[in-house]
Design a binder for this molecule. Structure first.
Ligand code: ADP
Ligand code: MG
Length: 338
């Protein structure tokens, strides 16, 4: 790895710091992989009416279906078919895809374009999409050309008719920064429908927490210190009935020489972000919103991102690089929760 001065890290940024966490303490404790990442589900107590194996297969089927719908890594996914299509006609879509696209457009507007699922072609140019890693920076003409194919305004939604269309044939959508969050919400809602009151659902570091853990206490979630070398705890948050997501440039990036390229793209420039914001954690009612907002504020950086969090009442914790370490800065909405 070092030989080519290239390093790629694909981990996530939470350590579920749960002292009660042995398998026997949770009647349902499931870990597996989906959407190119790992997931963990813990249920503190299962209502007697529930057939556990049936619930597990229901969860797995649901996650599999969502991956099959929203993955850009699967050529046959609903999203990949839409991406490949050059048609400017309305196309029928599943309810779940429409839900995620609607939220993606809302967060795009809320963040003045910082969150933009149409940056897909640029994500791919920089080697963070389904294509193999390039490990070199693309030229400015290539970026300019790709930028012309982006913009959430080229995606139209018809909620009543459950249809979507592009007004630009090459429009290509990448839901990597929102689909995991949505999947977490879907699993959480499935559990709640079954009468489960206390649970933790985590996919690739995006979390939804309800009730209490096996110690009858709020869930304890550790936020990592944003360094790629070791997994060190920065802060532990006691949390219930809330979702959270973290974005960071310290786990998924590549390096050429001494320059580090983040997988978060600034849709205004078509380039990976470069500022002193090392990680951002968002608390929110839905994991989908937390997930997308974390990426958006990561794009905006420590100054503009903080201003937006204050203006829109977003609960955000910024971890900012300084010369010899990190400083934390929390928005007012974040501070109110603790
Ligand atoms: P993080 O945890 O760092 O937010 P995610 O996996 O949630 O990581 O999201 C990062 C992915 O989102 C990238 O790999 C890319 O596919 C996509 N992406 C990058 N920049 C943006 C952006 N500005 N808006 C929306 N999606 C983006
Ligand atoms: Mg994210």
């Amino acid at each position: 790895m070092k030989r080519n001065l290239i390093a790629v890290f694909l981990f996530f940024s939470f350590i579920a710091c749960d002292p009660a966490s042995t398998k026997k303490n949770y009647p349902l404790h499931l870990s597996d992989v989906i959407m190119g990442t790992s997931y963990t589900i813990k249920v503190t107590s299962l209502p007697g009416s529930i057939e556990k194996d049936e619930l597990i297969s229901q969860i797995k089927r649901r996650l599999e279906t969502l991956d099959q719908t929203m993955s850009t890594y699967r050529q046959d996914s609903e999203l990949s078919q839409f991406n490949r299509s050059q048609s400017l006609q309305w196309q029928n879509v599943s309810k779940s895809l429409l839900t995620v696209l609607k939220e993606a457009k809302r967060i795009n507007e809320l963040t003045a374009g910082a969150f933009d699922i149409t940056v897909g072609p640029i994500v791919n140019l920089w080697g963070f999409g389904p294509d193999p890693m390039l490990h070199k920076a693309p030229g400015s003409e290539v970026i300019e050309a790709a930028l012309k194919k982006t913009g959430s305004e080229y995606l139209l939604l018809d909620e009543v008719g459950q249809k979507i269309k592009k007004t630009l044939p090459d429009l290509y959508l990448d839901l990597s920064a929102i689909a995991k969050g949505y999947a977490v919400d879907v699993v959480g809602e499935l559990l709640e429908q079954q009468g489960v009151l206390d649970y933790m659902v985590e996919i690739g570091g995006e979390l939804r927490l309800k009730g209490t853990n096996a110690n009858n206490k709020p869930w304890r979630i550790a936020i990592e210190k944003p360094t790629s070398e070791a997994r060190v705890i920065q802060k532990v948050l006691p949390l219930s009935d809330i979702s959270l997501a973290t974005s960071g440039d310290y786990r998924n990036y590549f390096e050429v020489g001494n320059v580090r390229f983040s997988h978060t793209i600034d849709p205004r420039t078509g380039k990976p972000i470069s500022h002193k914001l090392a990680s951002i954690t968002i608390l929110s009612h839905t994991t989908m919103e937390a997930d997308a907002t974390a990426t958006a504020l990561m794009v905006l950086g420590p100054v503009k991102g903080y201003e937006l969090a204050q203006e829109k009442d977003i609960a955000a914790l910024f971890i900012i690089k300084i010369n010899d370490g990190f400083v934390e800065k929390a928005s007012s909405a974040f501070l109110e929760k603790f």
